[in-house]
Write a protein that binds this ligand. Structure first.
Ligand SMILES: [Cu+2]
Ligand SMILES: [Zn+2]
Length: 196
């Protein structure tokens, strides 16, 4: 085999097995969190930004309406927020059949974003959770795409899969759902760092 033929075959093999990246990928998405019936004060706006399909997704935003503490924060499978309990969003987004974990674990549900923290702030009437997350598991395109799915805030803390009981490996025992919103593709939003 000549070198050129070999080269041509090598290139052909490479081209037929490209790393799966869509030609174009949305770079921004938005979530307007809606309260559940049990937690009527919950409100929140979240911005998702991804520079390119290989970059982490940055999530910024602000959530209000829960007392100080940690609250489970996940991408759930289904972008359906009908009903008053967020149960229509299904379970955690888990395209690879993993067990529940924390955001820094190598094995986790893709949707496992850990906890957000509500804290008292002198200038705010009630506790606020300021979100500033960077996550490399979720994406705005491809098989880890979260657009069209839902983000859920829980009433209690996520034990990140370390609860030593069966439910810990599924849901992190984060309790009932306090609010949820659909991840919607957007274009031309302000840089969210200017807002929060
Ligand atoms: Cu959840
Ligand atoms: Zn999970």
């Amino acid at each position: 085999m000549t070198r050129i033929t070999f080269l041509a075959i090598s290139i052909g093999v490479c081209l037929s097995n490209p790393v799966e990246l869509p030609a174009s990928c949305p770079s921004q998405a938005f979530v307007a969190l809606q309260p559940t019936k049990r937690f009527p004060d919950l409100r929140g706006d979240l911005f998702l930004n991804q520079e390119d399909p290989n970059s982490p997704v940055k999530i910024t935003g602000k959530v209000t309406g829960l007392p100080p503490g940690f609250n489970g924060f996940h991408v759930h499978m289904i972008g359906n927020i009908t009903g008053d309990d967020c149960l229509s969003t299904g379970s955690h987004f888990n395209p690879f059949g993993e067990e529940h974990g924390g955001p820094d674990d190598t094995r986790r549900h893709v949707g496992d974003l850990g906890n957000i923290q509500f804290v008292e702030e002198p200038t705010e009437e009630a506790a606020v959770a300021r979100i500033n997350i960077e996550d490399s598991e979720i994406s705005l395109c491809g098989e880890r795409n979260v657009i069209g799915r839902a983000i859920v805030v829980h009433a209690g803390p996520d034990d990140l899969g370390r609860g030593r009981n069966e439910e810990s490996q599924k849901t992190g025992n984060a309790g009932p759902r306090a609010g949820c919103g659909i991840v919607e593709e957007t274009e031309g939003l302000l840089d969210s760092s200017e807002i929060f």
